[in-house]
Every structure is written in structure tokens, then in C-alpha cells.
Write a protein that binds this ligand. Structure first.
Ligand SMILES: Cc1ncc(COP(=O)(O)O)c(C=O)c1O
Length: 380
């Protein structure tokens, strides 16, 4: 038997030009956190994101941290966040000495439920305890329902930060996710739809904010010859080498989105005859990249649990993962306040993410499909 290779959840997928841009950085000796690749990557990304001002950073988490600081989040504040997300959405709230308050998901998008948010804001307004900010996350490449979310936040004058880490290429009513609120954050981590190995971008329609974030990202160094500091900063700037990878990746973004969607729809079609395994909804208000192909498992109908599927795939050297474990179920946030029901807990308990790489071959995907079908007694 030939050597069978492991199938991963989501791997980097380079285009034709990334190496050239990286080589340019070496040849020109721009091997630091300034240089032409950075300028070009920010300019090209901005053009892609409705002309928003943009600053390239070392990670999406850094973008969340700077974005929340721009909104004035600090000691003793509260920040609303969806419970169903990756911890990186919420950790920066803690860095700033604030406390997260968790909002449940809706079933139509798996993202923050606008009606739970509106009720939570109303209750907090009655108690004169409105949050300093609301973080909205666009999970797995699907936009949250931004219109009612923005409307509810406008009513109470609470600013919104979009965590679009997983939503590069996602649209909401034709507009790029991450450009609806005044601040948006993207991630180029190695598992994302496009990657710079590690990296992020903070965008805003407010140039002064982005200039300040850029200044903070470079140790808040004042523009003088001597080293002079009046403010606390961070070492958060992206490297010019990695920005070269970003330039090349941005050129193939549309292709990557089409490939990720094709993977998700191939799974959906392959399981169409099986009752009890269903692709994550594709909300009508958005364009879902299906960065990860996520399915909901109904053990009652399928006769097999989500965890049994993960184990069956793993025994065939195929990586799959549960959907994000909600923040309110994490020991880290055991004391946190929360609003809404148990939708996020249900999505976590029944949700599975299947291998979704844009570079995955049809043959490899068929292997995943065959193992999964066999595991539910529907092999052919
Ligand atoms: C929802 C979400 N927010 C934030 C991040 C943080 O991005 P990064 O890994 O680039 O710091 C990620 C990804 O890692 C994410 O999935």
C-alpha cells in the first residue's frame, strides 16, 4: 500500500507571486517593519476593503487590542462579545482590564443574535451600565446580520468593532465584512483563507485612528531623532517580508474564496441523501466564503455522535475539529455575565469542521467523504 498522507483541516495555499515579493524584500534589504511590501499590501488591501484606511500588524489579536484601545476600552469597562467565537476575540478585552459579557448566537448565521443583543443593551441601559463597545464576529466566513446590530448599537451610542478575522472576502449585503462598523480586524494566520504565516490588519474610515494605531504598533515612538515617549506602545507592526506574502495572497483571494466554497458545496452534495448531517446555513443577507466547511450533526437521526465522527476521521489520519467552544463554557470566563439561551452551546455540541483547504484535491476530499459515510453506515 502506498504512503497515505494526512489530510489537515486548513493549510496555507500560495499563489504564483508571493515568493517574488519576498525575494524583493531580501534583494532590496527591506528586512524590517518598514518597506515597499508593507506600503503596497496596505494600499491593495484598502482598495479591496471599500477604501478603508489600513494598518498591517503582527496578528489579528494585535488588531483587536489596538481597536478596543481606540474605542477607549479600559479598566472596569464591559464589552459585549458573542459567546461562540475563538478566544482571540475576547483576550484583548482582558488585556485592557475590561470584562466581557457574552451574547448568544442566532441559528441563521451562527453569529451574534441581534435580538438578544438589543434586549441586553436595553437591560444594561435601564441599569445605567451600557458596555463600552460591542465586538461582532463573522465566524467561518459568514457575516453576522449587521443592519439590526448596528441599529441597536446606534440607539444606545455604543461603538462596534468587527472581528472579521475569519471573514476576508466575506460580504454583507454586497459590502465587505469588516467595513460596516467604524473599525474592522482581519487575520492572516496560517489557517486562514489567505495568510502571511501570521499577521493581521486593522481598518477604519477614520484616518486619525489608523495613524494612532500605527504609532502604537511601533512602541509609540515620537517622530524625533532621539527616543522620546509620551504614550504606552507595543511591538505589533507586520514585517515587510510577510507583507510580501500578503501581496501575493491578495491577488488570489477571489480564487481561494471560490475554491473554499466549492469544497463546502461538494461535501453538502455528497451528504445530501443522509438525514442528520447538514451544512452550516448560508444566510441570505451575505456572501459566505465557507472558510471552513462546518456541519451540524443530529445524533438522533444519524445514530452516531459528532465526537464519534471526529474519532473515525482521526483513525484514518484526517483532521477535523468541533465548532468553537463557547466562551461562557470556558473555565477562563466562568464568572462572566451572559445573555440569551443555549444556541451557541448546541452549535458547539453538534458542530464539526471538516478539512477545508482550498488546495485539497477532489481525491482527498473523496477520502474524507468515504470515511464519514462509512462511519454513519452509509458507505458505498
Ligand atoms: C474569530 C477570531 N478572532 C481573532 C483571531 C485572531 O487572529 P490571529 O490569530 O491573527 O491573532 C482569530 C484567528 O486566529 C479568530 O478566528
Amino acid at each position: 500500500m502506498g504512503q497515505r498522507k494526512r489530510i489537515y483541516l486548513s493549510v496555507p495555499h500560495m499563489g504564483p507571486n508571493e515568493e517574488t515579493y519576498v525575494l524583493d524584500a531580501f534583494r532590496s534589504n527591506w528586512l524590517s517593519t518598514v518597506g515597499p511590501n508593507l506600503e503596497a499590501f496596505e494600499r491593495d488591501f484598502s482598495a479591496r476593503m471599500a477604501g478603508r484606511h489600513a494598518v498591517a500588524l503582527a496578528s489579528g489579536t494585535a488588531g483587536m487590542h489596538l481597536g478596543l484601545r481606540l474605542l477607549g476600552v479600559g479598566e472596569g469597562d464591559t464589552v459585549f462579545c458573542p459567546s461562540l467565537t475563538f478566544v482571540a476575540s475576547v483576550n484583548p478585552v482582558t488585556y485592557l482590564g475590561a470584562k466581557p459579557v457574552f451574547i448568544d448566537s442566532d441559528r441563521a448565521s451562527w453569529n451574534m443574535d441581534p435580538s438578544v443583543l438589543a434586549d441586553a443593551l436595553a437591560e444594561k441601559a435601564r441599569r445605567n451600565a451600557l458596555p463600552k463597545a460591542v465586538i461582532v464576529v463573522h465566524l467561518y466566513g459568514q457575516s453576522a446580520d449587521m443592519d439590526p446590530i448596528m441599529e441597536a448599537c446606534r440607539r444606545y451610542d455604543v461603538p462596534v468593532l468587527e472581528d472579521a478575522a475569519e471573514a476576508v472576502g466575506t460580504l454583507y449585503k454586497g459590502r465587505p465584512a469588516g467595513t460596516i462598523a467604524p473599525l474592522g480586524v482581519y487575520s492572516f494566520n496560517g489557517n486562514k483563507i489567505i495568510t502571511t504565516t501570521s499577521g493581521g490588519m486593522l481598518v477604519s474610515d477614520n484616518r486619525e485612528w489608523i495613524d494612532r494605531a500605527r504609532y502604537w504598533s511601533q512602541q509609540a515612538r515620537e517622530p524625533r531623532v532621539e527616543y522620546h515617549h509620551v504614550d504606552v506602545g507595543y511591538n505589533y507592526r507586520m514585517s515587510n517580508v510577510l507583507a510580501g506574502i500578503g501581496r501575493g495572497q491578495l491577488e488570489v483571494l477571489d480564487e481561494r474564496v471560490a475554491q473554499r466554497r466549492a469544497v463546502a458545496f461538494r461535501y453538502r452534495d455528497a451528504f445530501a441523501d443522509i438525514d442528520g448531517i447538514e451544512l452550516m446555513p448560508q444566510a441570505g443577507f451575505g456572501f459566505h466564503t465557507n472558510w471552513l466547511s462546518c456541519f451540524l450533526v443530529d445524533e438522533g437521526k444519524l445514530g452516531v455522535s459528532r465526537d464519534a465522527l471526529i474519532a473515525a476521521l482521526s483513525s484514518e489520519d484526517i483532521e477535523s475539529r468541533p465548532v468553537w467552544k463557547p466562551m461562557h463554557m470556558q473555565p477562563l470566563f466562568a464568572q462572566a455575565e451572559r445573555f440569551g439561551g443555549d444556541v451557541s452551546a448546541d452549535l458547539y455540541t453538534r458542530g464539526i469542521c471538516l478539512p477545508s483547504s482550498s488546495s485539497m484535491s477532489v481525491e482527498d476530499q473523496q477520502r474524507v467523504i468515504d470515511v464519514l459515510r462509512a462511519a454513519v453506515g452509509r458507505g458505498r
